[in-house]
Write a protein that binds this ligand. Sequence first.
Ligand code: ATP
Ligand code: ZN
Length: 301
Amino acid sequence: MNTEMKNTNPEASREEVSKLKLAIQKSGRLHDDSIKLLKECGIDISNGVNKLKAEASNFPIEVYFLRDDDIPQYVEDAVADIGFVGENVVYEKKKKVSVEEKLGFGKCRLSMAVGRNDEYTGIRFLEGKKIATSYPVILSDFLKKNGVTAEIHEISGSVEIAPGIGLADAICDLVSSGSTLFMNGLKESETILQSQAVLIKNNHLSTQKQVLLNRLLFRIQSVKKARNNKYILLNAPNNKLSEIIALLPGMKSPTVLPLAEEGWSSVHSVLNENDFWDIIEQLKAAGAQGILVVPIEKMIV
Ligand code: ATP
Ligand code: ZN
């Protein structure tokens, strides 16, 4: 019994070495979607929001909970091998990391906003103005690229109140719906960057870690594909089958099964969300009936 226990110890430490270390936001807008994506990838982590790290029970991964601003630095320094973080933070921090995959959540844009009553005629409006932002690096690159000289006033939060209290003439901040701008008497005047959460990785991953990352990326890509596609089932009269099949892209070709009712078939296929309504209308016009659309959980192609 004793020897058995000793024998398992080296195994455990070898396993430790080969775990992929992932940094995600501790709390905030990216936290829940990061956990949800892991879950959809079949990775269950013991819930440890108040802890610094948590382990997955069914994948060799260790999750670190950090402030989003610190994630690029930790990944560059290999404290974490990979991280989920907004592109806005990646471009602002300019750390030596690689962006591997867009994750499809945390969508927002970094925009310029000016007073609601200002007559914004174009980027030249900003010449000589005072601009408040938490993104001085991205903003100064943008101004330089457009040949505009302005004074950048860096503040870490509540940027939208700066014009109202006379601290700035304009702001550069993250926007999703625009309601915060509106409530502060501002209007969006220029988009600098479209952003979403991305997976970043350390530039010097060991082969062993890269193999684990490839497994994770494969799962993430399957989840993303599934989100963009729907499974469709419909009934079609046999004399309309070829017309209906021609409308369906499918993964290879649609599945066609005879119905109990003579002269009818059931057709199954996969549709992309973007073409969805167009194709449904055409299918109805072509004689399809009893159309059922169901979500796909994973899609392996
Ligand atoms: P932390 O405490 O981790 O530093 P934070 O206050 O900097 O958190 P959040 O407000 O939680 O950050 O936003 C995290 C990320 O969510 C942003 O960097 C951005 O990529 C994304 N995001 C999506 N929509 C928005 C939005 N409307 N406003 C701000 N960030 C958004
Ligand atoms: Zn932050």
